[in-house]
Design a protein. Sequence first.
Length: 182
Amino acid sequence: MDTIEVVVGRIGKPHGLRGEVTVDVRTDEPEARFADGTVLRARPPQGSVSALQSVTVVATRRHQGVLLATFAEFSDRTAAEGARGIVLSADIPADATPADPDEFYDHQLIGLSAYDQAGTLLGELTAVTHGAAQDLLTIRTLDGREALVPFVAALVPEVDLGALRLVIADRPGLVSPFPDQS
């Protein structure tokens, strides 16, 4: 069976003295992705001193709405501090879809054609960037520019995977240039 790699979280700051860390969850299935014994791929941020390529979940718990995780590789606060910013990913079946119909995996979105609400082709979605507040879609416009569009319903009211398209509520300066920049 073919699989794809999906980002499931990012390690945040240490919590306590025994190596526990906060996790910025990037999955709609944290109970499954962070189950005890699960091995996740680890991608340290640029400039990190960490050389980890994987981590093993020992335990998780919620504390004031934040996921706290203990990984076998972090025995104390110093080790946990060195892991800050590591992006965690897991393999899923290539044909998997999120349980929530309003959620999408990055690979489902990349390559979609972007149209405005009048049906005019704006470009192609080339990347998804996961931010702390919201995700950003990178649209390569027909004239070769890259535009960042916040992935919120007000600006992206329609995603049609079957038709390989999404609709953007475009306005000058979002994807289309301002009139004086044309």
